[in-house]
Design a protein around this ligand. Structure first.
Ligand SMILES: [Zn+2]
Length: 464
């Protein structure tokens, strides 16, 4: 009798505890993040028929503001985690400092002189072969969720996407704020994360997919109380927004984990350009091609976790992204490309060998009058090679700039009058870039209607 009552008392004590334990277990799904792997497993990706691509473009993200790129502030724990067990390209650059020109190059793997997409009314023509077209042809479901009007379908960016949509905008959470006074974009990247989850929910388990997410909260300096930790200058607001966006990235990775997709998905983090805070007298972007607006991150997180992440020091650029991904996936390469696959560089870096970049060019190009309807083009072209970088201002020899990136990474001391021969060598690189690269198709001019113009002005751009 006594034993029985003890047992029942024991049961009474334990039952609620078991319920609590069961509840806790269901909250933390014990799915391992990713199986371990090594650089040798890169080859096996080609043989798999279950690997997806999640391409996350964080608009306006400078590499040097991420902790994993050496920033002293802890802005990016979730992105750092992807880099820690994946591949980080330490010396990466975007092809322009303005979204549309930069994204046209990123998708087509062609330099801006070759895409011809340089001015506000230029669009990518049908003839271009976009990665979404290649992947759709290969049987992937293709979807894009974007919030930047410069990648609207009118400009040719929807080619190959089965779904190409703006997410439904919800109000910002009550404690969140948009601190960039120039930008009046509705909603936040929480809308993108929500739509991404909805997309994943519609998929059959055996379907392969390519999902492109274009995030805008760094561009518009959004943060909430939890992320508003670095101060109150514009530069601090920018860092706060990176922290806020990093938390959204964390939630997207968590969605992959919960849906048991992490071991079947390559996650790519990239950006279209950086942001200036008066380093060369201007704020924002889309005005010049200095490092603060063209040094962007590239992180590739594989469907397996590398015990020690790989850091590639060899220079790379956004036109290299798709040649690399298509090689990893054994996809058909794009017919013409100014980029190169970085797979060999990844293998070398894993063995501790890096190239100095002496044989690599990094090209960034902006038409300085892209938004002025009645002004002639003004081509600003930056070419980095080895330790130097030359910047041509509309071909004017008097205005040519040369920087030694080894002693002056912030490009503050123009050496064109001191290293005259070096400057002349770089001027000829620029001329070669401008003159010998034929566009395989040339940009299309489109009529930009008032509705689209107003959407673009809401991003803070002066188009006049
Ligand atoms: Zn942008």
């Amino acid at each position: 009798m006594k034993a029985d009552s003890l047992r029942s008392r024991w049961f009474l004590a334990v039952a609620p505890l078991s319920i609590v334990i069961l509840f806790v277990l269901t909250q933390f799904d014990f799915v391992p993040l990713r199986p371990g792997g090594t650089v040798e497993d890169l080859t096996s990706l080609k043989e798999r028929d279950d690997v997806n691509v999640l391409f996350i473009l964080i608009d306006t993200l400078r590499a040097d503001r991420l902790s994993c790129y050496g920033y002293e502030r802890e802005t990016s724990p979730n992105i750092d985690a992807l880099a820690r067990n994946g591949i980080r390209f330490a010396n990466h650059r975007s092809q322009s400092s303005w979204t549309k020109a930069s994204m046209a190059s990123l998708w087509t793997s062609l330099y801006p002189a070759r895409t011809g997409v340089l001015r506000y009314s230029h669009a990518i023509p049908e003839e271009a072969m976009m990665p979404a077209e290649v992947l759709r042809e290969a049987g992937f479901r293709t979807a894009a969720i974007w919030r930047n009007g410069w990648v609207a379908p009118n400009f040719g960016f929807a080619q190959g996407f089965e779904f190409y949509t703006r997410p439904v905008s919800k109000n910002l959470p009550r404690e969140a704020r948009r601190e960039n006074p120039a930008v009046k974009l509705p909603g936040s990247d929480l809308d993108v994360a929500r739509s991404a989850e909805e997309f994943m929910r519609t998929l059959e388990r055996d379907e392969r997919w390519f999902l492109y997410l274009h995030l805008m909260d760094v561009h518009q300096y959004v943060s909430d109380l939890e992320s508003a930790r670095f101060g109150t200058t514009y530069s601090d607001f920018y860092d706060n927004a990176i922290h806020w966006t990093d938390r959204i990235i964390g939630s997207i990775v968590d969605t992959l984990r919960r849906r048991r997709l992490l071991d079947r998905t390559i996650v790519v983090i990239a950006s279209d350009h950086g942001e200036a805070f008066l380093e060369h007298g201007t704020e924002g972007h889309a005005r010049n091609v200095y490092g603060e607006v063209t040094r962007t991150p590239l992180i590739v997180s594989l469907p397996f976790s590398l015990e020690e992440g790989i850091v590639v020091e060899t220079p790379s650029q956004n036109v290299d992204i798709w040649p690399t991904l298509l090689e990893l996936l054994d996809g058909t390469p794009q017919p013409e490309s100014d980029g190169r696959s970085l797979v060999a560089d990844i293998r070398w870096a894993a063995k501790g060998r890096q190239s100095t970049g002496e044989e690599r060019l990094q090209v960034s190009h902006l038409d300085g009058t892209w938004g002025r309807m009645n002004q002639s083009p003004y081509q600003i072209i930056g070419i980095a090679k080895g330790r130097y970088r030359g910047i041509s201002n509309n071909g004017d020899d008097e205005l040519f700039e040369l920087y030694d990136l080894e002693t002056d990474p912030d490009e503050q001391h123009d050496l064109s009058d001191v290293l005259v021969e070096k400057a002349s060598e770089f001027r000829s690189w620029v001329r070669e870039y401008e003159n010998t690269l034929d566009s395989p198709w040339g940009a299309r001019e489109i009529e930009v209607d008032d509705m689209l113009l107003n959407q673009l002005r809401a991003l803070g751009y002066q188009i006049e």
